[in-house]
Ligand binder design. Structure first.
Ligand SMILES: [Zn+2]
Length: 244
């Protein structure tokens, strides 16, 4: 599944369509598209793993899910689930989930929780963590898109490794300084992830995601589905401390 930086990367590719007029919206998805004819696409934004096409009074959220993909000025043999057509180009989405929202993105999404936005607010997220998620495992809560918009499995695994925290650690037991460091790691690593996408080198550059041994001490990694999220997790038991 694409993570926040992958969606940001797609957004950057689409900037030339900003300010252009949509001649037609199509696709087999059930979303109502009649309003999207002959109107200007004002902006292309992201929130976490959602790509947002912003019009004057509404916007469309596109989520690629596990199998979705996007093509610009190219088509697959199968029908697009959603497509925007312009006088000089088109954006096609395949197997993507779309949703029509009224108003502006900030009416629906809290940008303070998006790890790739300048609005990401460490103090806000830390307070939410310690107040409403204190009994949870940190490895689980990091996948909560309402609090950590854009975090996917690679970002989760790599950031916990850099912060030296075992994913099964309970939030309230982790020292506050450690949590703050983890939050800064999420932001730093997401930026690195975004720049690595240009060369397609994310997995190669990962420290422990997809690997078998820890690069620091050469010990064998623990690899198993962990926590409530049941996602494949990589841990170095020597480097990452369990707070329980
Ligand atoms: Zn290690």
């Amino acid at each position: 599944m694409p993570e926040g930086p992958s969606i940001h990367f797609l957004k950057n590719k689409l900037q030339r369509f900003k300010g252009k007029t949509v001649s037609e919206a199509s696709g087999y998805g059930e979303m109502e598209k009649s309003e999207m004819t002959n109107i200007k696409l004002l902006d292309i934004e992201t929130y976490g793993k959602n790509l947002l096409f912003v019009f004057k009074d509404f916007f469309v959220g596109v989520h690629l899910g596990l199998f979705g993909s996007m093509l610009v000025n190219k088509q697959k043999k199968v029908n697009a689930s959603f497509a925007l057509h312009f006088a000089d180009g088109e954006i096609n989405f395949y197997v993507a989930k779309t949703k029509l929202y009224s108003g502006k993105p900030t009416d629906h999404f809290n940008f303070k929780t998006d790890i790739l936005k300048p609005e990401f607010d460490v103090e806000f997220v830390l307070n939410e963590l310690q107040t409403n998620h204190s009994e949870e495992q940190i490895g689980d809560v990091l996948m909560n898109q309402k609090l950590f918009a854009g975090v996917g499995n690679i970002i989760r695994i790599e950031s916990l490794y850099h912060a030296k925290i075992h994913p099964e650690s309970i939030v309230k037991v982790i020292p506050e300084k450690k949590l703050i460091f983890l939050l800064s790691m999420l932001v730093d690593y997401s930026e690195e992830f975004l720049s690595l996408l240009k060369t397609d080198g994310v997995k190669e550059a990962a420290m422990i995601y997809g690997k078998k041994i820890c690069p620091k001490d050469k010990s064998e990694l623990l690899i198993e589905e962990m926590g409530k999220v049941k996602r494949k997790t990589y841990v170095c038991l020597k480097c990452q401390k369990l707070y329980k």
